[in-house]
Design a protein around this ligand. Structure first.
Ligand code: C2E
Ligand code: MG
Ligand code: MG
Ligand code: MG
Length: 292
């Protein structure tokens, strides 16, 4: 975008050049400030996790939670969405370190819940850059064994085009994770870079249907057809299925009828602190809502 602005600027005279370069400078300095804030955030351990339940579509019972990273900018007091800060962490080379911190935090939470009598699976988002990091496998193995947690308790969720730039290395890492019992999910399926060619190339265990296909399920017959096709294909490939972005009962019921294994979305619960999630599960014996 900066290039385009420069180009336009050059072709529309001097005043514009000043205007555009001023704009570019502002954007760049904001970007640099965010990078500095995120480096500090890592050092100060400001990142924390919220957890969103994933429920069995037949019983409504919580099967797992997805760990979702949160960061509140201490300067503004505002929560910054992960869609904003995760890509920056990737660009400044911090995602592997933050990823280790996230896995560690998730393990601590699982142990805490376990002590309180709740043994859940944990779904964790993994950046493709982590997969490309040589120390990734060893670090995962060490963390799980330090916490005495079996790999079978974890699902690692992956998206992104980056996987395709180093296909063989990625496949080998995913295989090693699976040999530890960790299941691999393709996240945001049907959307952007998360496509059929991925299903063909990589060893997945779980398919997460992107919320884009779920949100109009209750009003669009065409979306029902798409979701049915995705679920049928997943079943034929022996993949477990998750639908994300389930916001109402009608969507939940359609997904249940179409045979989607598990459901996730605001209808059941938003992502909340470990304590909040634990409290609500305690009141309801792990069942947040009956989907139908
Ligand atoms: P995602 O992995 O696809 O996570 C699902 C996102 O959908 C979350 O947004 C969640 O809060 C939101 N969501 C859940 N239910 C509903 C619903 O019913 N309706 C709507 N409209 N949204 C719903 P969030 O937490 O903002 O995360 C955005 C993305 O940031 C994630 O998408 C994931 O790609 C990335 N991300 C989050 N945490 C981490 C992390 O720890 N590591 C990495 N590498 N990426 C992360
Ligand atoms: Mg995810
Ligand atoms: Mg994602
Ligand atoms: Mg997703």
């Amino acid at each position: 975008r900066a290039d385009a602005a420069m180009y336009r600027a050059k072709h529309t005279g001097r005043n514009r050049v000043c205007f555009y370069s001023h704009q570019i400078e502002k954007v760049l300095s904001r970007q640099v400030a965010l990078e500095d804030d995120l480096r500090a955030a890592f050092k100060q351990e400001e990142f924390f996790l919220y957890y969103q339940p994933i429920v069995d579509s037949d019983t409504g019972e919580v099967y797992a939670t997805e760990a979702l990273c949160r960061w509140k900018n201490p300067k503004t007091g505002e929560m910054v969405p992960p869609a904003t800060f995760i890509p920056v962490l990737e660009n400044i080379g911090l995602i592997s370190d933050v990823g280790k911190y996230i896995l560690e935090a998730a393990c601590k939470q699982m142990t805490e819940w376990e002590v309180q009598g709740k043994e859940l699976h944990m779904s964790i988002n993994i950046s493709a850059r982590q997969v490309a990091d040589n120390s990734f496998i060893d670090s995962v193995a060490t963390t799980l064994s330090n916490h005495n947690l079996s790999g079978t308790r974890f699902i690692f969720e992956i998206t992104e085009s980056l996987l395709l730039t180093n296909t063989d290395q990625c496949i080998s890492v995913l295989r090693k994770l699976r040999s530890m019992g960790i299941r691999i999910a393709i996240d945001d399926f049907g959307c952007g870079y998360s496509s059929l060619s991925y299903l063909k190339k990589f060893p997945f265990d779980v398919l997460k249907i992107d919320k884009q296909f779920v949100q109009e399920l209750d009003s669009s017959q065409q979306d029902v057809i798409f979701v049915k096709a995705i679920l049928d294909m997943a079943k034929a490939l022996s993949l477990k299925t998750v639908a994300e972005g389930v916001e109402n009962e009608k969507q939940a019921r359609i997904l249940q009828n179409l045979g989607c294994d598990t459901l996730q979305g605001f209808y059941f619960s938003a992502a909340e602190s470990g304590q909040q999630i634990r409290a609500r599960m305690g009141h309801t014996n792990n069942i947040l809502r009956f989907p139908a």
